[in-house]
Design a protein around this ligand. Structure first.
Ligand SMILES: N[C@@H](CCC(=O)N[C@@H](CS)C(=O)NCC(=O)O)C(=O)O
Length: 212
């Protein structure tokens, strides 16, 4: 087995700590029981090597032997291919997990991210554009509320799709955006009560605090 190396920033400001996307990767690796090492790259000075691994100058990326992979969704899929704790190998179960993985990124995070950026910036001015974005998110959350009303995990058993979906919803919940969506909120609580999440979260907080 090759060594798995997860790269994240060496330091970030207080505000995003606990929400930097290396957490999703840590969480998946913990659930899968795969050993890994974490490396830090400069937050303030992003060099050519950083862009060679992550063309947007962002984090995370994962190195697995001669594979270097960026985009948290792609990384999670790469890890899930190595563990039935994260994704079944049979075609039907695998497709169900993959569709929800994409839904988390392309249907929910796509709506949740603009909301979170406004919240992080402290700008709460209700412009027409902002109202349209809020309505877009509310529609997505309304549908997720129905999906989650009668199931514990998205595909029956816990999978990598739950890591991604609950992490996306967790950021909305951080700004109290799930107040009107009790099933979504309970899902986030269930997911973040898992020991693998708790370890991943504590490790990320410790990693950034060590650089203060
Ligand atoms: N779509 C990318 C987004 C990565 C991303 O937004 N990373 C943030 C940390 S969570 C980052 O590097 N921000 C610094 C920046 O954009 O300059 C993924 O899911 O991996």
């Amino acid at each position: 087995m090759t060594e798995l190396i997860l790269t994240t920033f060496d330091w970030v400001p207080e505000l995003p700590r606990g929400y930097v996307r290396d957490l999703r990767v840590r969480w998946a690796l913990e659930e899968a029981g795969l050993p890994y090492r974490v490396e830090g790259v400069s937050f303030s000075d992003r060099d050519a090597d950083h862009f060679a691994h992550q063309p947007f100058g962002q984090v995370p990326w994962l190195t697995d032997g001669d594979v270097s992979i960026f985009e948290s969704g792609a990384i999670l899929l790469h890890i899930a291919e190595q563990s039935e704790a994260l994704m079944p190998t049979e075609t039907k179960g695998r497709s169900e997990v993959i569709q929800w993985l994409f839904a988390a990124l392309n249907s929910v995070e796509m709506a949740a991210l603009p909301y979170s950026i406004f919240k992080f910036s402290g700008d709460d001015e209700q412009t027409a554009g902002r109202q349209a974005l809020d309505a877009f998110l509310a529609a997505r959350l309304g549908h997720m509320e129905q999906v989650l009303a009668d199931r514990t995990w998205l595909t029956g058993t816990f999978s990598v799709a739950d890591i991604l979906m609950s992490d996306v919803l967790r950021l909305v919940d951080h700004f109290d955006g799930l107040a009107e969506y009790p099933a979504c909120r309970a899902y986030v609580e269930r997911a973040t009560a898992r020991p693998a999440f708790k370890k991943a979260h504590a490790d990320q907080m410790e990693h950034f605090a060590a650089a203060d």
